[in-house]
Design a protein around this ligand. Structure first.
Ligand code: ADE
Length: 255
């Protein structure tokens, strides 16, 4: 998978060189390129923003600079040759924004199958609305404005790091043991994860549930399912409600 990140703070993304994502870059499974938006700005200050039409607080990032930056990098990607298009390679442009759609495990899963992702990190009060409008008007990659949650960050950089980690770890070969992905929170069951334990058998006067030492896998699975359901009902009851992802699991609750 190739990931391009446009930002005025390229250093922010050094964190992606660490741990599993760093290894995935070294092995070539993942290629991450950052681009400084100011490279497409003009004038002595390489300014990328201006005051908002209609007045109001703060500054707005200029759509023309954003569009030029994306055009010059994306048009040169091999994925954009007509041959690659024919083979169905998928691309998306992702714009972090508090007014975007929620980044869910399901969206991360879908994006993990794409060949190329472009992240556009806005700062200040955000990017001129015509940037996304113009991208959507073009017959180019899918455009998704996404939000991490109902709170406001200083810019899209931290949201982009979170999104890349959520997406890239689902790319086969990024995480050695793919099995570890199947039973985690927000996985296929739609439930939060059951509690897990390791040695020593006693910590701070607390032991581990007997069933986990029984060697009976049917009992262990049933116990884990019940704990997952209990935890979900306690902290995320919305996941069990009609339309919630875990609804189908309710029938096994009283086993
Ligand atoms: N940029 C600012 N706030 C954000 C949020 N909640 N999610 C994604 N991007 C953002």
């Amino acid at each position: 998978m190739r990931i391009d990140i446009f930002t005025i703070f390229p250093d922010f993304f050094k964190v992606l060189d660490v741990s599993l994502l760093g290894k995935a870059q070294t092995s070539g499974t993942l290629e991450i390129q950052t681009h400084n938006l100011r490279d497409w700005a003009e004038g002595p200050h390489r300014s990328v923003d201006d005051t908002p039409y209609g007045g109001g607080a703060g500054m707005v990032m200029r759509a023309d600079i954003w569009l030029n930056a994306l055009e010059s990098v994306l048009s040169s990607l091999p994925e954009n040759s007509s041959e690659e298009h024919a083979s169905g390679s998928q691309q998306a442009i992702l714009v972090p924004s508090p007014s975007g759609v929620r980044l869910t495990q399901e969206l991360a899963q879908r994006l993990s199958t794409y060949q190329q992702l472009t992240f556009c990190c806005g700062r200040y009060e955000g990017i001129d609305a015509r940037f996304v409008e113009a991208l959507k008007d073009q017959e180019g990659p899918e455009v998704i404005e996404f939000s991490l949650g109902d709170y406001v960050l200083n810019g899209g950089e931290s949201a982009t790091v979170v999104a890349i980690e959520a997406i890239a770890r689902l790319v086969p070969e990024v995480i050695g043991n793919q099995e570890s992905l199947t039973e985690e929170s927000h996985g296929e069951s739609g439930l939060l994860e059951y509690p897990i334990y390791t040695r020593p058998a006693e910590v701070a006067g607390l032991g581990i549930p007997e069933v986990l030492k029984s060697g009976n896998h049917a009992d262990i699975n049933a116990w884990r399912h019940d704990r997952a359901l209990e935890k979900t009902a306690e902290v995320r009851p919305d996941l069990l409600q009609i339309g919630g992802k875990a609804r189908a699991n309710l029938s096994t609750y009283d086993r």
